[in-house]
Design a protein around this ligand. Structure first.
Ligand SMILES: C[S@@+](CC[C@H](N)C(=O)[O-])C[C@H]1O[C@@H](n2cnc3c(N)ncnc32)[C@H](O)[C@@H]1O
Length: 274
């Protein structure tokens, strides 16, 4: 496990994932019933963009710094911007919230949040990040396994799956989590973040989950044409059981982020068959 999210924190792909995450959490909170949230690949919880790892790639420059500098950015980014401002009370953007900070900050007293991280170092930071939040728990464990064992016990369930895609079987394991959970809990919402390198990988994943998650939303953001499969050319958020009304806001997010590329980017939201 070489992946460290600090290298990529606040980049264009985080904007799609985290703006999408805030939209999902706010929509799910419209229902007052208790919610169990499982974050299968949680990372460190939050990131210092002045730290060595972040500075080495500088990816946040074409991500969160562009967003925070654009007063005209569409409304669906407001919740993410607000969270970034709250984490940086002095004004300058130095700290960027990971999915755990965004989720923990939105927990209601009756909700439960399980954040899984396999790395010991990032897991320790994650545990410190979540310590102040009642209802939040950091676990050094395989998130796919926890999603299934704990998810099967939950009534209202939201699962975020955000692997590093270092292993060839990540797509199959995401599909397996969906097929283990959705028949037992058809009301569950499961969101998976995917890198976009070539189209066939996304299409193959869509074909694999279509029977399990018919009508799932795909929020797709391409920074550039997908003609170099060695590059991360964009990303997608695939959401089974998405609350109603998110197509428009997710589309605005993807379109804005697609303009951060060198041109010929494209953002759109579509649905799987079914
Ligand atoms: C893309 S990062 C997560 C970023 C985080 N979701 C966020 O948005 O802030 C993926 C993380 O998953 C961890 N990881 C890899 N395989 C895992 C597994 N099977 N279970 C739990 N964590 C895993 C990696 O160590 C890495 O920190």
């Amino acid at each position: 496990m070489n992946y460290r999210h600090a290298f990529h924190a606040g980049n264009f792909a985080d904007l799609v994932k985290h703006a999408g995450l805030t939209l999902l959490l706010d929509a799910l909170a419209a229902d007052p019933a208790p919610l169990t949230i499982i974050d299968t690949h949680a990372g460190a919880g939050g990131y210092d963009l002045t730290g060595e790892l972040s500075r080495r790639t500088g990816e946040a420059a074409q991500g969160i710094f562009r967003l925070m500098g654009d007063p005209e950015a569409p409304q669906p980014f407001q919740a993410l911007k607000q969270s970034v401002r709250a984490g940086n009370p002095d004004g300058d953007v130095r700290f960027y919230p990971g999915s755990p900070s965004l989720i923990a900050g939105r927990l209601r007293p009756r909700d439960r949040y399980l954040a899984c991280e396999l790395r010991e170092d990032d897991g320790a930071t994650l545990a410190r990040t979540l310590a102040p939040f009642a209802g939040a728990e950091a676990r050094q464990a395989d998130g796919y396994g926890v999603a299934v064992t704990e998810g099967l016990l939950a009534r209202r369930l939201f699962v975020l799956i955000d692997p590093p895609f270092e292993r060839a079987d990540d797509y199959a394991r995401i599909a397996a989590v969906m097929s283990d959970l959705l028949p037992a809990n058809p009301g569950a919402c499961i969101a998976a973040w995917l890198p976009l390198k070539d189209l066939e990988t996304l299409d193959a994943f869509a074909r694999a989950i279509e029977p399990i998650a018919p009508g799932a939303l795909v929020a797709e953001c391409r920074l550039r044409p997908l003609d170099n499969p060695m590059k991360m050319n964009g990303c997608a958020l695939v959401i089974a059981g998405a609350p109603a009304g998110l197509e428009g806001p997710l589309g605005q997010v993807c379109e804005w982020v697609a303009r951060l590329g060198e041109g010929r980017g494209r953002g759109e939201v579509w649905r799987l068959e079914g």
